[in-house]
Design a protein around this ligand. Sequence first.
Ligand SMILES: Nc1ncnc2c1ncn2[C@@H]1O[C@H](COP(=O)(O)OP(=O)(O)OP(=O)(O)O)[C@@H](O)[C@H]1O
Ligand SMILES: [Mg+2]
Length: 807
Amino acid sequence: MENPSPLCECSCEGRKKMLPECPAGAGGLPPPQMKLSSIDTLQNLTGRNISDYLVKTYAQIIGKSLKNKIWVNEFRYGGFSLGARSSQILPPSDEIDDAISQLRSRFTLEKGAAADRFLGSLSNFIQGLDTKDNVKIWFNNKGWHSIGAFLNVMNNGVLRANLPAGQDPSKFGITAFNHPLNLTKEQLSQVALMTTSVDVLVSICVIFAMSFVPASFVVFLIQERVNKAKHMQFISGVQPLLYWLANFVWDMCNYIVPATLVIIIFVCFQQEAYVSSTNLPVLALLLLLYGYGPITPLMYPASFFFKIPSTAYVVLTSVNILIGINGSVSTFVLELFGSNEIGGVNDILKNVFLIFPHFCLGRGLIDMVKNQAMADALERFGENRFRSPLAWDMVGKNLFAMAIEGVVFFLITVLIQYRFFIKASPLSTKLKPIGEEDEDVARERQRILGGGGHTDILELKQLTKVYKRKQKPAVDRLCVGIPPGECFGLLGVNGAGKTSTFKMLTGDTVVTSGEAYLAGKSVLKEIDEVHQNMGYCPQFDAHNDLLTGREHLEFYAILRGVPEKEVCEVAEWGIRKLGLVKYVDKAAGSYSGGNMRKLSTAMALIGCPPVVFLDEPTTGMDPKARRALWNCILSIIKEGRSVVLTSHSMEECEALCTRMAIMVNGRFRCLGSVQHLKNRFGDGYTIILRVAGLDPDLGPVMRFIEAELPGSTLKEKHRNMLQYQLPSSLTSLARIFNILAKNKQWLHIEDYSVSQTTLDQVFVNFAKDQSDEDHSKDISLNRKEAVVDVSQLDSFLQDNKAKETFV
Ligand SMILES: Nc1ncnc2c1ncn2[C@@H]1O[C@H](COP(=O)(O)OP(=O)(O)OP(=O)(O)O)[C@@H](O)[C@H]1O
Ligand SMILES: [Mg+2]
């Protein structure tokens, strides 16, 4: 070997080092050593510079101490040097004598006094330091007993070496007793507690990690609630209790994966406090019950109070971390540093915090660490103080609390789902008296109130909905009965209350007052039976983005109770009927708007329910798909089942509805068959004129119509098209045709049509009356601009400046 003891880098000028940096091998080859009967190790450092050896090998000792968790100073307590000369060069003896006599002359010392005797022997003592015949004792001043112990060993050595010949050295000796002021058990526990900080830190990390896991389960729940997929499942026959149980079982299966990983990590790092044979089962139990605890109790009910999944995730994670870490650490710190008075408060806090499963887990882990640390500390004194971690005042009460919380909060979740706490709030404002009504609507109301609706499959009796913090009712005392085999059209402007009516009928929102019966079952009291008899296509698609169209239909077919063998067939029927064949095996999240509507409608039709509610099913559908759906609805009606349909397409209502109602401000303004409504409200003619030319001047035509057909009103004006409304009493159909046919040429009229007033016109007439508390102002402004003048819009777009502003 080139250099068995390479030099260490120590502090030098301009470069300060607290500890020298020693290369491998510094301090030389390991000295010969032997184990003593007292299990100490004795090293032979003969021929070495001891101070140098101690310094250079210090770094190795630190490394060892970190591994074994034995304090650095517990390694080397002391040693002896025999016959080693002092490295200091002592002054010659005459100089020492001279210095002593000078001291004597300066202080007049009494003969025989202590100082006189000291000075007398000082010269010999200093000379003695230089003798080769000496022993030197090294001791580590961090070991309280080391001076006494090592001095005693040397004294014994000296004694035994100087025994008269023939004496047995083993019979002579000096015994040194060490009586440290022992710590009381409490003090020792306190010290042991303080040394557990690293393990406590580990438990904090576990709480931190475990705060994210339960919060992540809420994301899907909120999504499913907000997009109404959950409601759709309930309508299809899922019991709320079953829904939550299934969620719980699935979440627990998922939770077990991270929990197992935590345990594996603990096992890998061999943390005695967590993985000793008695502690490991308790750790597993704590983690398992924590999953059973917070997933159900805190996270499930919390899912009802959020609308945005990401917000819920962040908020719940923060709350979990806050409660878990703050609760357990604050009680631990109070325990460490708190006085007796605080101890009482701390005990109360520890019991109160047990209502939080996060605290139960965190505190349980800390208690396990504490128990192990105390047991280790007392084991040195031969006492076995290890307590079973399952004991009540250890982790037992935490486990018990979590088990109870799981049940209690699961029940709360189910009760919230069953709207146990939600009572329909009594009407905050008195509804205005119904007043004068259209005769058809009034007749229907009387029929229903008189009990004439019993034979109807769907009966709405004074059904009312007033949303919270709203004065005006969204649905105002609706009365209607729909017999089997009818397609009832519910028309109305945006915000008229159509969807709110559907929501009440499907049990999505609470009915404020009134009652509704579907197939004789009350919507208020027997919602489960009502669900069995209805199919619902909500206005906004309630899909699970990850399931394919086919999976959706199969899933809902199963929920509807279709026999297992026929599930695939039924799904296939829905797919073909709505023209979804091309997309059926793609995830619903990737569907276009129209395809989503098709899927929603197919879901509503599955299971052949006697009543189908379709809320704007054809919005966004292409004309071909729309016609396919119309055929489908017509076949449903033929089967004797009923359909309640909302739509903004008059064409659709004309094609499908046997009866329809126009809804304004939550009330029916008219009710009856399409022709009946046209006859009653659409009296008159609609004239549509198209003028030839690219950008024709419509002035002459307008002036002509005004002159020849007085009483006509211009309803719409587009680039080359004019639409007039004319009351039938003012003229005859023959006269209109006559005038137009004669003057067609010189007015450059390309084509014209005269028809009975369309349903659109009837609708627009009623729509004017729709008002909203918040938007009534806008509506009154818009009403003034009843005629749409597209030419103005064109000139606006042709103006370059305006174009820029428009863009
Ligand atoms: N959850 C709610 N909270 C408060 N008000 C609501 C709520 N849902 C609907 N409304 C209000 O109730 C009224 C009726 O709304 P609804 O959704 O039933 O109208 P709609 O006839 O379905 O309209 P659209 O044709 O646009 O679908 C509107 O004024 C609306 O603002
Ligand atoms: Mg709606």
